[in-house]
Design a protein around this ligand. Structure first.
Ligand code: LLP
Length: 414
């Protein structure tokens, strides 16, 4: 299903022309299709419907409160990685008992906050963290529910920066240490062992690494059972990729079938932590062309969006399709699409064939995941506005930041 399409040479988000949104709310701005968000969530819930499961949306991909509220209303729990993300769960009135807390560096304050809120589970990444959680839970007179994030050492076949399940990654507990760590956890007075967890990487386009990871977890689960440690849930993380360019993405029904096939006859609740898949294709960044310029080598389209708005191209050399919101039949040229930030790495696309003019609005597609969420104020640029479209309606779900807001925490005290 396509919620972003050209009608009469005008790019529409659902029923609304993108040019109209840019004119009304200014650029750069992120625009999301609510139907696309709902569709993504439903693909997961339908595919896993036959099995006890919980989709914990990995909100690091996009943590706008309205988007979180939408997913919560559809039945999602959340995967969080910081105290700040927990505050978002609480702010929208979602149920903390549907929250898993991942991340290698949980602080004391964050652990306290999560125990206080009553989260479903800590995904623990080291023996040191286990000791810390045990001590804090004891201090608070609580028992902390935990799963161990095991590093299954499988190759996710994705970009090295977003691959997390290999031996040389900082994530998880080494496979060979997992059994002993579980035994240690089971012996801790204030720890309740409830599950097992893995996350092998992001933007995966093949199912086989997920299957390899589950197989390794099942071997471990059998060893745990033999040692008298019973688990209630298996958390398979996130990582399902989307189409940015010409990738053949995973079909969720096939992914579910492969995983459920491996777990057949076992009575674990399945937890999933998709991030990118839920929001990636549901969002785009609108940006206006400030200048066209050329040198001996190249043509440049200088836009009002930049690496601070969408960091993925600079950071991972990630590809995002860039297209004008109004198509014309004039002659095209090949451009590097670059922002105003003072870095050569500030580009959103290179070598793109485009038919464009100064003042035109461009849509940078598939920017719903890790777009706004990774934005910054570099060069003291205000962070973009965010809009949510459903049918004919456009709602502003985040105002454009103001200079006053940016400066408000700083003190010029000398
Ligand atoms: N669970 C854990 C423990 C994670 O670390 C992540 C992502 C997810 C779930 C969600 O993964 P997803 O379904 O979104 O692939 N900034 C990078 C992606 C970093 C992913 C970090 N971890 C990018 O823009 O491609």
């Amino acid at each position: 299903m396509n919620f972003f399409e050209y009608r009469n040479q005008q790019l529409h988000v659902e029923n609304v022309p993108a040019s109209q949104i840019a004119a009304q709310f200014g650029t750069p701005c992120y625009v999301y299709s609510q139907s696309a968000l709902e569709h993504a969530f439903q693909q997961y819930s339908q595919a896993f419907a036959g099995h006890d499961h919980l989709v914990c949306y990995a909100m690091k991909a996009n943590s706008n409160l309205s988007i979180l509220k939408l997913f919560a209303s559809l039945g999602a729990g959340f995967d969080i990685v910081s105290g700040g993300e927990l505050q978002r769960v609480l702010a929208i009135g979602a149920d903390p008992a549907m929250v898993v807390f991942s991340g290698v560096g949980k602080s004391e304050e964050e652990i306290r906050m999560a125990l206080d809120a009553g989260i479903l589970c800590f995904n623990v990444e080291s023996i040191a963290e286990l000791h810390r959680i045990n001590a804090i839970a004891g201090d608070m007179g609580k028992r902390a529910p935990i799963s161990l994030r095991v590093n299954p050492d499988v190759d996710a076949k994705t970009h090295p920066y977003i691959s997390t399940g290999l031996k040389d990654n900082k994530f998880g507990i080494a496979y060979g240490d997992a059994l002993d760590t579980y035994k240690a956890a089971a012996a801790m007075a204030n720890i309740q062992v409830t599950g097992i967890d893995c996350h092998i990487g992001s933007q995966l386009t093949e199912i086989s690494p997920f299957v390899a990871a589950v197989e390794k977890l099942l071997t471990l689960i059998d060893q745990l059972e033999a040692a008298g440690i019973k688990l209630h849930h298996v958390d398979l993380g996130g990582g399902v990729g989307i189409r940015y360019d010409d990738e053949t993405p995973i079909v969720i029904a096939d992914y579910a079938q492969a995983l459920l096939g491996k777990l057949a006859g076992r009575h674990f609740k399945i937890i999933l932590e998709p991030g990118r898949f839920m929001v990636g294709n549901a969002g785009m960044l609108l940006t206006k062309i400030e200048y066209l310029k050329s040198n001996e080598q190249k043509h440049f389209a200088v836009i009002d969006g930049a690496m601070n708005d969408l960091m993925r191209p600079s950071l991972y050399e990630a590809y995002h399709l860039i297209q004008p919101v109004l198509q014309t039949n004039a002659t095209s040229r090949v451009y590097d699409v670059v922002g105003p930030v003072c870095e050569s790495g500030d580009f959103l696309g290179k070598g793109r064939e485009l038919t464009i003019d100064t003042g035109d609005v461009l849509a940078v597609m598939s920017a719903g995941a890790y777009g706004m969420a990774m934005s910054s104020n570099y060069n003291t640029r205000n962070r973009a506005a965010e809009l949510l479209v459903k049918g004919d309606s456009v709602k502003q779900i985040r105002q454009r930041e103001s200079y006053q807001q940016q400066l408000s925490n700083e003190l010029a005290c000398l």
